[in-house]
Each structure stands twice: as C-alpha cells, then as structure tokens.
Design a binder for this molecule. Structure first.
Ligand SMILES: Nc1nc2c(ncn2[C@@H]2O[C@H](COP(=O)(O)OP(=O)(O)O)[C@@H](O)[C@H]2O)c(=O)[nH]1
Ligand SMILES: [Mg+2]
Length: 259
C-alpha cells in the first residue's frame, strides 16, 4: 500500500460514511483505494469492503462461547484480531498501489483505548499510517463541544503518536458562520476561552486557558479539515495531506496541491 488512514472518533460522527465517501472520491480521481472494516459489531456498512472483519470474527459466536455481552465480546474480538493479523496483511500485500482506509469500531474506546491497538495499527499498516479523527460539526460548533473534541483528539494522539487529521464532519449541518467561528477558535486560544466563558460562566478559567494554550503551543490541532461525507465535500485537502506524508507529494496531481 502507499499508505493507510485509520478512521476513528466518537460513535455516530460518521466514520463509516466518511470511509465510503473518501474511497469513492479517491477512485473517481484516479487513485486506487480500498476499505478494511475492523468493526465486528457493525450491522450495516455503507461501502464494499476489501476485507471485512465480520467474515472471520463473529460477535454473536464470541458472546455465546465466552458468555459475554456485546461490549465484552467487542473487547475479545479486538484481542483476537491482534493475535491473528496474517489473513488481513496477506490481502493487503496485494494492494501495492492502494490507499487503504481502515474503518474502526463505532465506539471510540474499542479501538483507540484498547491496549493492543497501537500494535495493531503498526502491523496492519507496516508503519505507514495516519489517523483521521472524525469530530461532529454540530457538537464542535459550541465552544465546550469543540474543546471536548480537541481534548479527545489529544487523547487519541497520546495513544498512537501518528500524524493525525482533525476532520470536522457533517459540515452540511452547520452554517458558514458557525464554521468561521470554529476556524477562528482554532487559531486563537484567547477567543475560544472567551467564547467558553460566555457559554459556561461558572467554569474554572485558568484550567482551560492553560489547556488551550498548550494545544496552540504544541501545534497539536493546527489544521481543521472541514468535510461533509454526505455531500462529498472537502476530500482534496485530506488527500493532499496523505500524499504529502506518504510520498512527499510526488503522486499528487497538481490540481490538488495547496502549495
Ligand atoms: N448530515 C450528515 N449526516 C452524516 C454525515 N456523515 C454521516 N452522517 C450520518 O450520521 C449517522 C452516523 O454515521 P456512521 O457513518 O454510521 O457513523 P459511525 O458510527 O461514526 O461510523 C448516519 O445516519 C449517517 O448517515 C454528513 O456528512 N452529514
Ligand atoms: Mg461505523
């Protein structure tokens, strides 16, 4: 593979829809792309998967075999996958010129906060991985919601230490003014802190000031990628970032280059 993108984020932010739309975008722009579904619990996936973990790992079988509920079974499933990655890597080896998108379990903790996941990412990607953190634009349009997503982003980064993209999905559900406010908050911790104080007067100002300045100084979320997976909007920039990281931009069609 040229490189891979592991797609994570809170439940319902649109990870699977994003995977489907981004794959379609890549293919319609002339690139080879495939999706691997790593969510054994998904009932419906909105794409055709090159590899679907549900074919080898059955949650209902694990539930009855180990006498577990759905969450316990998800955890066993994650561990089983880590124990036996060969069937997946075997297929991936054939996809030489592909960008591979990994869809991860609906609930973020089942992927990002399992002890074995960083090793899983390294094994499946042969070290060639980026992570897309999918945030919900509606939640992120409020100061407290945006800060909560930034902190979660930082939390995922602390697990994987891979290049990460902060993807603001469901752009079609917020106004242009909302997006403009989010972009300004991203640029200025002071503006974001003031907006938060307007929203939640009783908050401890110093704590959030320190946290927001730390984000800014460390450049942890220094770029937001606004997309709508529903409307197929915003994928050029994501592709540019991936192409730049994995190939130094050499396979990037000039029409998609930022610089
Ligand atoms: N309006 C809108 N809805 C979206 C978008 N992306 C996903 N959704 C919807 O959000 C819901 C959850 O999406 P899904 O991809 O299953 O989320 P996941 O749990 O993160 O994989 C579904 O009803 C999707 O149709 C988007 O860009 N705009
Ligand atoms: Mg999903």
């Amino acid at each position: 593979m040229i490189g891979s993108l592991f797609v994570t984020g809170p439940a319902g932010t649109g990870k699977s829809t994003f995977c489907a739309a981004y794959k379609d975008w890549l293919i319609s722009n002339g690139y080879d792309a495939a999706i691997v579904n790593l969510d054994p619990g998904s009932e419906y996936i909105p794409y055709e998967a090159e590899i679907d973990i549900r074919e080898t790992i059955s949650l209902s079988q694990i539930m009855s075999e180990y006498n577990l509920g759905p969450n316990g079974a998800q955890i066993v499933a994650a561990d089983l996958l880590l124990e036996n990655t060969e069937p997946v890597t075997k297929v991936l080896r054939e996809l030489e010129d592909y960008y591979v998108i990994f869809d991860t379990p609906g609930q973020i903790e089942l992927f990002s906060f399992r002890p074995g996941s960083p090793m899983l990412v390294d094994r499946l990607s042969s070290g060639k991985a980026m992570i897309a953190f999918i945030a919900d634009a509606v939640l992120s349009a409020s100061p407290s919601g945006f800060i909560s997503q930034k902190m979660l982003f930082g939390s995922v980064l602390s697990r994987f230490y891979k290049p990460m993209l902060f993807v603001l999905n469901k752009l079609d559900l917020i106004t242009d003014d909302d997006l403009e406010a989010v972009m300004k908050w991203e640029d200025s911790p002071d503006l974001l802190r003031d907006a938060l104080m307007d929203e939640k007067q009783e908050m401890v100002k110093d704590y959030f000031s320190a946290v927001l300045n730390a984000f800014k100084e460390s450049q942890m979320v220094n770029k937001i990628f606004p997309v709508s997976a529903k409307d197929m909007y915003g994928f050029e920039d994501i592709y540019s970032e991936m192409s730049l990281f994995f190939t130094g931009g050499s396979d990037t069609d000039t029409m998609y280059r930022d610089d």
